[in-house]
Design a protein around this ligand. Structure first.
Ligand SMILES: [Fe+2]
Length: 186
C-alpha cells in the first residue's frame, strides 16, 4: 500500500460529512425471526419494530435501531447508515453529495419505523449508504414507548408491526435504482 493511501489529508468542515459516529447496519438473513431471537436472547438486543414479516429493527441502547435484519437476502449487506446531528448537517451533506456528483437515490424521507429523516446513495462499490437524523429513542425501557414526537401518529409510539403502504410519514418512494428498498415500496 502506498504512503498516499495511508495518509488521510486534512479537510475542512465544509468538505466532509460530520457524523455523530453512531450508525446502524442492515444485513440479509435466511430467517429474521431466528436472527432476532438470537440477538435478543444471547446479546440482549430488543426488538423495536417489524415491517410485516420482512424486516426487523433491533436496538441495543436507546436508539430505535442499531442492527436490522431483512429476510431472504442471506449474508448480503442491505445498507449501512451514519447519523448526522440535525437538519443543517443533512443539508450540508446533500450539498456535498451534489458537489461530488453522487446521486441521491431516496429521500429526503421521514420514515415510519424509527421516524428518522433519511437520504440514501451508493458508495463506489455500489453498496447503499444512508445518512439520517431524528431517530426515535426509547429513553426509558420501563415505559415501553419511544420519546413522543410531533410527527408520531401513534401516541404513545410503541414497538409494533408496520403493515401496508404508505408507511413513511412524508417523502416519495425510492428510485428504481434502489431495488433493495423498492420491493416493499412499489
Ligand atoms: Fe437504515
Amino acid at each position: 500500500m502506498s504512503d498516499a493511501a495511508l495518509a488521510t489529508p486534512p479537510v475542512s468542515a465544509s468538505d466532509t460529512i460530520r457524523t455523530t459516529g453512531i450508525l446502524h447496519f442492515t444485513i440479509g438473513v435466511r430467517d429474521n425471526v431466528s436472527a432476532a431471537k438470537f440477538y435478543s436472547d444471547v446479546l440482549g438486543f430488543r426488538v423495536s419494530d417489524w415491517i410485516e414479516e420482512s424486516f426487523v429493527f433491533m436496538r441495543c441502547g436507546s436508539d430505535h435501531h442499531t442492527l436490522n435484519f431483512v429476510a431472504g437476502e442471506a449474508r448480503r449487506m442491505n445498507h449501512i447508515a451514519f447519523e448526522l446531528r440535525d437538519s443543517s448537517h443533512m443539508h450540508r451533506a446533500c450539498d456535498l453529495l451534489g458537489r461530488n456528483r453522487i446521486q441521491i437515490l431516496w429521500g429526503p424521507v421521514r420514515h415510519g419505523p424509527g421516524h428518522n429523516v433519511a437520504v440514501y446513495h451508493r458508495n463506489p462499490d455500489g453498496q447503499v449508504v444512508e445518512l439520517f437524523f431524528d431517530l426515535d429513542r426509547m429513553v426509558d425501557e420501563a415505559l415501553g414507548y419511544f420519546e413522543p414526537q410531533p410527527w408520531h401518529r401513534d401516541r404513545p409510539q410503541r414497538p409494533k408491526v408496520w403493515v401496508g403502504l404508505p408507511r413513511d410519514i412524508w417523502g416519495l418512494p425510492p428510485s428504481p435504482d434502489l431495488p433493495e428498498f423498492r420491493r416493499k415500496n412499489p
